[in-house]
Design a binder for this molecule. Sequence first.
Ligand code: ADP
Length: 261
Amino acid sequence: MHVMGIDIGSVSSKVVVLDENKEIVTVAVVPLGTGSSGPEKALKLLEDQHGLSLLDMDQVCVTGYGRLLFQGANRQISEITCHAKGIHHLAPSVHTIIDIGGQDVKAIIVGKDGKVTRFFMNDKCAAGTGRFLDVMSNILELKVSSLAEIGSNADYPAPISSTCTVFAESEVISQLSKGEKKENIIAGIHQSVAVKAVALARRAGIQDDIMMTGGVALNLGVVKAVENELGRSIMIPEKPQITGALGAAVYAYEDCQKQGV
Ligand code: ADP
């Protein structure tokens, strides 16, 4: 038996396949999101690498920002519900998820059953999201994947506004023209993202354990800044981008069980 969860995000497409033991058989992550060829490319990757296609699946569940556009799934579920399910499957001790994706930040409180108890989301503004980091890395002429390492050599975090991406962009340019070290600017950018995420988590009401997910959790500079802001350590899954797709796959698995597949 095989089931598939697909998460079509704003900047990336993720696919997870589970087997009859609810074990992960394979995953695919493509850095292209909704409205692009991302979902198609992620499915093609699975087919090329593992010979598994949509036709081999007993059940398919789609989630994410682009889920309503996707044809070929048995079910569509919101990403907040799927993140909670995916994390509960991976680490049932986690009750607070801080998810920072391409265009939003979510704080999700998960109950003992893996269902969402409460959530807060900022999707009105790019500040504090992956997009903010992408814009800043462009100005610094660096890859977003190199920010953590370079920022780890900072002497202090340069002050960067956490309220608006456009203002922060001018601030970074002005810091650069004053001769501020890129390392310090990066540390300031990470801190600004962390302040927003932690404020959202506090509003939701933090409950132990805490896990950070989403593509931005690949940036250990932001993870450390979140830990500093919270004053404690947090958990990170091995593949932080796939938790929504994993949750969708777990729902697909449960649907199969209900149908006696
Ligand atoms: P979405 O689900 O909204 O499509 P993701 O959860 O995939 O978004 O997060 C995308 C963001 O993750 C990007 O905007 C980028 O800032 C960050 N990101 C992606 N890959 C990396 C990486 N290798 N290192 C650091 N940050 C990354």
